[in-house]
Design a protein around this ligand. Sequence first.
Ligand SMILES: [Zn+2]
Length: 354
Amino acid sequence: MRLGLVSHKAFEETHIPEVTRPYMEAFEHPDRIKFTREYLRNSGLLGNQNLKIFECKPAARVDIVRVHSPYLFDVVGELSRLGYGEVGASSFVVKDTFKAACLSAGGAISAVEEVNKGSVETAFALIRPPGHHAGIGHSEGMCYFNNCAISVRWLQEKKNVKRILILDLDAHACDGTSQIFYTDPTVLVLSFHEYGMEAIERGWLEEIGSGEGEGYNINVPLPLGTWGNAYLWSFENIFPEVIRSFKPEMVVVSFGFDTHYSDPVGNMNLQAEDYAKLTRMILQLGKEVCQGRVAFILEGGYSLIALPLSIAAVISTILDSEIKYFDKIREPEKIPKIVRNVTEEIQNIKKQYL
Ligand SMILES: [Zn+2]
């Protein structure tokens, strides 16, 4: 399959977190992109003849305020020029944060643009900072602008792609993305994530959207420590039915790799091979439902060892090129009852609305 890899050298050099408090913000670091690119290069994937590299451009103000309040756009810009500030919980601003955030949003737009144009069959946006916690008027959780939402609204507005499925596979609930599309039946948000640990987190089962959007926000909260096999079991029992019923024109995947067992922020137990399996399933169903129009956008993933390997698993699956996995662990075979129950609940919601 032909893959477009969208990225920019600036992600490796800008928006460097200052460790002013011994806190998790420091994990969202330029080395995430740098180490990933190096691993992709060393494993030969970057040189694959079916991989085309695209350099992203910063998103324009008009593209960002299609989703966010002008106030948020301005405050991130202003504090970034000052070189210090905080624009939301766990969202510190340093020099060039604004530049990186606009470039990151532009990367998501480029990924959906290239897939929509057909210049590649699928695309992966290797970008930072992530976006899925950023809501209409606020930044949060190391996310400043919602890259995925910005790319989806761009597709709707500029390319007349109307029905879009957002599949969020980060360890954390995509509360920002859900807020943005909560009343909108044209965008279905399906999020698999760990059961919330903090009061600030959203993503409960009963948050199903409202008004015309009722039934178009589906949360799958899985218990902390869920292993790959249980995660995949739940995914296989939900995703195919949802995508077939909703019939999107495009799928945009917010892919976070903080579900990896060695991630310092997330609490799940997936391994690289699981990401390969998820990718295979997404691509197959994408082919069946929307002519394979699938774009992947990087969200979280903070282990500098696991992140490159996990992204390589996704990219090698798309390119149909084998890589070795170095993170094999044994996992229990049994699917926990709570995972079965949650999955059943979702099937009921799906039957009622879609
Ligand atoms: Zn996350």
